[in-house]
Design a binder for this molecule. Structure first.
Ligand SMILES: C[S@@+](CC[C@H](N)C(=O)[O-])C[C@H]1O[C@@H](n2cnc3c(N)ncnc32)[C@H](O)[C@@H]1O
Length: 252
């Protein structure tokens, strides 16, 4: 699949295509951040649908509220998923959770809460990147592996309970819960240019923090960064990461 310039926009469009929007009158985005996914989805939903987003970050919620202040369909609030979902049972026709489960300690508690607030037969879309499956081309495969391993180790201590394998574990987790019936879809984000604002570039530059945390050496990072720039200039650069998506329905 060729990605348009807005890589996140392309993912949002793909996620929207996996939801049957026609019957949805109330949709909840868990860990909505600044509400960008909800805004993209709103274009596919009925004009009288309610779009609700929750996130623990007051700054993100404030941004989401500002961006939608003229549209009464949206409601954003701060909430910590670790404390359950602040809604009555059978409130939503659809629930979205994108790149959120990876950072929750008790993932099954959240699934039970999602089941409680969904209407019978309500739709659930849970998506997560598998950070350990990031593919970078590079001149030195040993160095690439070393950097990726440092990234996983760092990610795990940076975010307590964070799981870089959340993507590949989604299916088993949903099966174990026995609360939903569904399937797994995938979306592979692919970059062929090593440039600021591209997803792969941003991931590499997030790795720069590994230097101060002692996981990698500054000269290794600089060598890798330089190699990727050269590969990109020769049209030989490629980065890819798979997003695993559980597309399901609440079992009654
Ligand atoms: C990687 S971002 C994903 C944001 C958005 N869903 C997206 O895909 O663009 C993870 C989001 O989960 C939220 N989050 C992390 N822990 C949370 C918790 N305990 N309760 C609610 N949201 C949480 C963060 O604040 C952040 O907005």
């Amino acid at each position: 699949m060729n990605l348009p310039t807005d890589q996140h926009g392309a993912i949002r469009e793909y996620l929207s295509s996996l939801i049957d929007c026609t019957p949805v009158r109330a949709l909840l985005d868990i860990g909505c951040g600044e509400g960008v996914d909800l805004r993209a989805l709103s274009e596919h939903l009925s004009p009288d649908a309610r779009l609700v987003g929750i996130d623990p970050s007051p700054a993100a919620v404030e941004t989401a509220k500002l961006a939608t202040r003229d549209d009464p369909r949206f409601l954003f609030n701060t909430a910590d998923l670790a404390e359950g979902l602040p809604f009555r049972e059978h409130t939503f026709d659809a629930v979205l959770a994108v790149n959120v489960l990876e950072s929750l300690r008790d993932k099954h508690a959240l699934l039970r809460e999602i089941h409680r607030i969904l209407v019978p037969g309500g739709q659930l879309l849970c998506a997560n990147f598998d950070w350990d499956l990031q593919a970078f081309v590079g001149e030195d495969p040993v160095l690439v592996r070393k950097l990726l391993q440092g990234y996983q180790e760092w990610q795990q201590c940076w975010r307590e309970g964070s799981d870089p394998w959340m993507g590949r574990r989604l299916w088993h987790m949903m099966q174990q819960s026995a609360l939903f019936t569904g399937r797994i879809e995938t979306y592979v984000l692919v970059d062929t240019e090593y440039l600021p604002t591209r997803f792969g570039y941003d991931q590499v530059h997030a790795m720069e923090q590994l230097i101060t945390h002692g996981h990698i050496r500054a000269e290794d990072f600089e060598r890798f960064d330089g190699e990727l720039e050269q590969l990109s200039a020769r049209n030989a650069y490629l980065y890819a990461i798979p997003l695993f998506i559980y597309v399901g329905k609440r079992k009654d």
